[in-house]
Design a protein around this ligand. Structure first.
Ligand code: PRP
Ligand code: ZN
Length: 284
């Protein structure tokens, strides 16, 4: 019995998805143009598909789970469960115009043509701002629409921004933000749900690890209380005496988000020789 997962074949999410599985200790060979493969050390069967098709496959149960951008689900609601936000594949759906265009503001788009593969999201967005623009739905290569005279603006996904840049476009408005999510078929039962639990456990450990750093520092013994108050750690920090009497080494975990602020406060509290290491897995 294997759990079937659908991943994007190629595109923005393909590398991140494979990377996440690898960090979960799941190895697989992904030969060029391969449609299907089996993981080596985990009961997982992997399908490589077009991202836009993945929600349908998962809704139908052809695949049990899948990784897609939540922009795809927002455009086309499907009967699947979003079981975990994955924190990679971050991008935004934005309205952009040619660099040379005099259009600068959303309000100036009234009666203009906007090309997009996301007509539903765009329609709702424009309606919420009471802007009556004309939506041209096209299924791909949206970025070339203005240069061939098909539209005055585009509404497309922007990640690094290089697609917009190389097509002479500039963003004027963000419509929505998106990231990769793990979706699941509504009814996964028995052994498969068991495998999904195991996979989710690993994914959550990897995610927690990526959001935290392992921190080691030296401090005068009398500063331990002050410093451990800043670094609560998972249970409490480890404090070990240094050979140099009157000094200790403190080991703990700090969230990536608090890290830079935390370091300033620690230095002011007397911490020295601060080392910060990445964590591979973190099980609470
Ligand atoms: C999106 C979008 C752009 C590109 C933007 O495509 O349509 O082509 O990513 O990325 P950039 O800002 O880094 O250049 P996606 O990966 O969703 O592929 P698809 O449109 O073929 O599904
Ligand atoms: Zn796509």
């Amino acid at each position: 019995m294997k759990l079937k997962i659908a991943l994007q074949k190629q595109g923005r999410l393909a590398d991140g998805s494979a990377d996440l599985l690898r960090k979960c200790g799941i190895r697989f060979s992904n030969g060029f143009g391969k449609l299907r493969t089996e993981a080596i050390d985990f009961p997982l069967e992997i399908y490589f598909l077009r991202d836009d098709d993945i929600p349908d496959y998962v809704a139908d149960g052809v695949a049990d789970i899948g990784i897609v951008g939540d922009n795809i689900l927002a455009e086309d609601v499907k009967p699947v469960d979003v079981v975990e936000r994955l924190g990679f594949g971050k991008c935004r759906l934005s309205i952009a115009v040619p660099k040379t265009s005099h259009l600068n503001d959303l309000n100036e788009l009234t009666a203009r043509r906007i090309a997009t593969s996301y007509p539903q999201i765009l329609r709702e967005f424009l309606a919420s701002r009471s802007i009556a623009a004309e939506i041209h739905e096209i299924s791909g290569s949206v970025e070339i629409a203005p240069s061939i005279g098909l539209a005055d603006a585009v509404c497309d996904l922007v990640s690094s921004g290089s697609t917009l840049f190389s097509n002479g476009l500039r963003e004027i408005q963000t419509v929505m933000n998106s990231e990769a999510v793990l979706i699941a078929h509504r009814r996964i039962d028995g052994e498969r749900s068991h495998i999904l639990e195991k996979l989710l456990f690993r994914i959550r450990s990897v995610r927690a690890a990526s959001q935290n750093k392992y921190i080691l520092l030296n401090a005068p013994a009398e500063k331990v209380d002050e410093i451990t108050a800043i670094l609560p750690g998972m249970k409490s920090p480890t404090v070990v005496p240094l050979a140099n009497s009157g000094w200790v080494s403190i080991h703990s975990v700090i969230s990536e988000q608090d890290f830079w602020n935390g370091v300033d406060i620690l230095k002011r509290a007397g911490a020295e020789g601060i080392l910060v290491l990445s964590i591979d897995q973190m099980i609470r």
